[in-house]
Design a protein. Structure first.
Length: 283
């Protein structure tokens, strides 16, 4: 009993970190018919629900260029979910705030941009990490630019608090160059305020303070939820999964394969859309 009390008060952080690493070595359980029925039942019985959705690779499939991954039919699904007063729905994405505002600004949902750097509250955007240094951006951008000529079809996406180098359309012969760039970015930012993330065919350098786990921490403090659904597909979403790992009312779902802190998995964004559509019909 004493040990449990101590862990909950943060006196065993090393043990907690080891437990999380062990957990991450396991693949998530597929959200099959039985577990989906449990999820739908919990959703129907809940008085207050929180739905946290990543965008690219989760709600919508990846496109050859970020501008091509339009929400399309997902808008109607989100509108149906937000029509239920018991639902608080958030899009929490690495996308910039201008894009999220353009696509989802007319919907009654929460928007969290650049992994938590900016949040839309009551119709206006608020910075969550203002005052952080930005002098790291120029050397990172210059290093990325060096690899554009030798990596056909790669390109740079610059945001307010991050810079991303996309190589989704690059031939396989150039992948070694991508790995080399990743190593160089790690070296040149080692003492800076940023993290280098190797995502799905994208290398992103972002401020450490821009963290989806910290972003949903603020959301969780706004209400008492008895149902939480959190869905994501890449390394940036692991911060959310880890934050929700100890909450029994949370259904965390990773899209795709691989080690994760999520409890469940689905194969494609189309399966996510299907699940959300079913949720929308459960009143």
């Amino acid at each position: 009993m004493g040990r449990r009390h101590s862990e909950n008060n943060g006196l065993y952080p090393e043990l907690k970190a080891i437990q999380m690493k062990i957990h991450l070595k396991h693949d998530a359980q597929l959200l099959d018919t039985g577990t989906k029925a449990t999820l739908l039942g919990s959703y129907a019985a809940a008085d207050k629900r929180l739905i946290l959705l990543d965008y690219d690779g989760t709600l919508i499939p990846f496109a050859s260029h970020p501008s091509g991954a339009l929400p399309g039919e997902a808008l109607a699904i989100l509108e149906q979910l937000t029509a239920d007063a018991r639902n608080d729905v958030f899009i929490i994405s690495g996308r910039d705030s201008a894009t999220l505002q353009k696509w989802f600004g007319h919907l009654a949902l929460g928007l969290i941009a650049e992994h938590g750097a900016k949040v839309r509250k009551q119709g206006s955007w608020q910075e969550q990490i203002s005052g952080m240094p930005q002098d790291w951006k120029l050397p990172v951008k210059r290093l990325m630019e060096e690899y554009i000529p030798q990596c056909p079809h790669s390109f740079i996406e610059e945001k307010e608090y991050a810079i991303a180098w996309h190589y989704r359309n690059m031939p396989a012969t150039a992948l070694d160059a991508a790995k080399e760039l990743y190593r160089k970015l790690l070296a040149c930012t080692a003492q800076g305020p940023v993290n280098v993330l190797d995502g799905h065919k994208v290398i992103e350098v972002r401020l450490k303070e821009a963290n989806k786990g910290a972003a949903i921490e603020r959301v969780l403090g706004q209400a008492a939820y008895d149902f939480i659904l959190c869905v994501g597909d890449d390394i940036t979403d692991e911060d959310m999964f880890e934050r929700l790992a100890d909450q029994a009312e949370a259904f965390t779902i990773k899209i795709g394969n691989g080690a994760t802190a999520a409890r469940y998995s689905l194969h494609t964004p189309y399966m996510v859309q299907s699940l959300l559509t079913e949720l929308g019909t459960h009143r």
